[in-house]
Design a protein around this ligand. Structure first.
Ligand code: GUN
Length: 299
C-alpha cells in the first residue's frame, strides 16, 4: 500500500519561529525596542487560557514583548473597548489580539472592529478581510496563512491547474483559505454543510483543506490518489475505557487517508503549530510597518 508523505507542520513552524526570532532581534537592535504583541483574554475559558499562555511564551522565545491583559468574565463592553483604544494608541504595541470566544454579553464583531487594522495581526477585522479580497497588503488570519505556506512548500508557489476543495466556510479559516488558494492560481470550491454529494466533490480535488470541526469526517475513499490533504481540525474523541482523555484527531480519517493521499498533515503536529508561528510573523511585520521599515524577506 502506498503511504502519503507526512507534512511536518511542527518542523516548519519551528524553522519559521527561528527566522522570526532572528529578525526580531535585528529589529530591536535597529529601533531600541522589541516588537510588541498585546493579548487580551476576558474570562476563564480553559482552552483560551492555554492558548494565551502559549502565545505569551512563544513571544518571549522569539524575542518579542508580550503584553497580557487578563480581564474578569463580567468586564463590560465599554471597558473592553476602552482597553482596545488604549492599545491602539500605545507605541509599544504593534499587534493586538483579543482571544475568542468572548463571554456572551460582549459583541465580538464590535470589539474586533475597534482594533486598528494596522495592528490586527489576527486578520479578523473587516478591513483585513477586504484587503485580502482585493490584494492589498494587510494581515491574513494565521491558520489559513499557515496552511498555504505548507502547501506552497510542497507544491510550489504556483498552483495553476490544480483543483482545490476547502471544506468549511468560516470567516477565520474557510473563506480566507479559499482566497489564498485562488491568489495562488488554484481552481477553488468551498464546500459546507449544505453541499450536495461532498464525497464526489472532494474526489476531484488535488488539494483538500478540511476545516469543519467534525472528527474523521473525510474518508479515505473521498480522496483522489496522490492528493495533498491539509487537516485543520482538532477534535477530541471520547475517552477509551480506563483512559481519562480521548485521543486528538483531525477532520480526516488519517490512518486510512494516508494510504491514498500523496501528502497529508498529521493531527497533532500538522497545522496546529503553524498558527502561533504565523501570529509571531504577522506581529513582526506589523512592527516593521509601524516603524516605517521594510518587512524582512523570506517570512
Ligand atoms: N480562538 C481560537 N483561535 C483563535 C485565534 O487564532 N485568535 C483569536 N483571537 N482567538 C482564537
Amino acid at each position: 500500500m502506498p503511504t502519503a508523505a507526512l507534512i511536518d507542520g511542527k518542523a516548519f513552524a519551528e524553522a519559521l519561529r527561528t527566522r522570526v526570532g532572528t529578525a526580531a532581534t535585528a529589529f530591536a537592535q535597529n529601533t531600541g525596542r522589541r516588537p510588541g504583541l498585546a493579548v487580551v483574554l476576558v474570562g476563564e475559558d480553559a482552552a483560551s487560557q492555554v492558548y494565551v499562555g502559549a502565545k505569551g511564551k512563544a513571544c518571549a522565545a522569539a524575542g518579542m514583548a508580550s503584553i497580557e491583559h487578563r480581564l474578569p468574565a463580567e468586564t463590560s463592553e465599554a471597558a473592553l473597548l476602552s482597553l482596545v483604544e488604549r492599545l491602539n494608541q500605545d507605541e509599544a504595541v504593534d499587534g493586538i489580539l483579543v482571544q475568542l470566544p468572548l463571554p456572551a454579553h460582549l459583541d465580538e464583531q464590535a470589539i474586533i472592529a475597534a482594533i486598528n487594522p494596522d495592528k490586527d495581526v489576527d486578520g479578523f477585522h473587516v478591513i483585513s478581510a477586504g484587503r485580502l479580497a482585493v490584494g492589498q497588503p494587510g494581515f491574513v488570519p494565521c491558520t489559513p496563512l499557515g496552511c498555504i505556506m505548507l502547501l506552497k512548500d510542497r507544491l510550489g508557489d504556483d498552483l495553476s491547474g490544480l483543483d482545490a476543495v476547502v471544506i468549511g466556510r468560516s470567516n477565520i479559516v474557510g473563506k480566507p483559505m479559499a482566497q489564498l488558494l485562488v491568489d495562488a492560481n488554484a481552481t477553488v470550491t468551498i464546500a459546507h454543510s449544505r453541499t450536495r454529494d461532498l464525497p464526489a466533490l472532494v474526489r476531484r480535488a488535488d488539494i483538500v483543506v478540511a476545516a469543519v470541526g467534525r472528527a474523521e469526517m473525510v474518508q479515505a475513499d473521498w480522496i483522489k490518489p496522490g492528493a495533498t490533504v491539509i487537516d485543520v481540525g482538532i477534535n477530541r474523541l471520547p475517552p477509551e475505557p480506563g483512559k481519562e482523555k480521548g485521543r486528538l484527531v483531525g477532520d480526516v480519517a488519517f490512518d486510512e487517508a494516508r494510504q491514498v493521499a500523496g501528502a497529508i498533515t498529521p493531527v497533532p503536529g500538522g497545522v496546529g503549530p503553524m498558527t502561533i508561528a504565523v501570529l509571531l510573523r504577522n506581529t513582526l511585520i506589523a512592527a516593521h510597518r509601524h516603524a516605517g521599515l521594510p518587512a524582512p524577506e523570506g517570512l
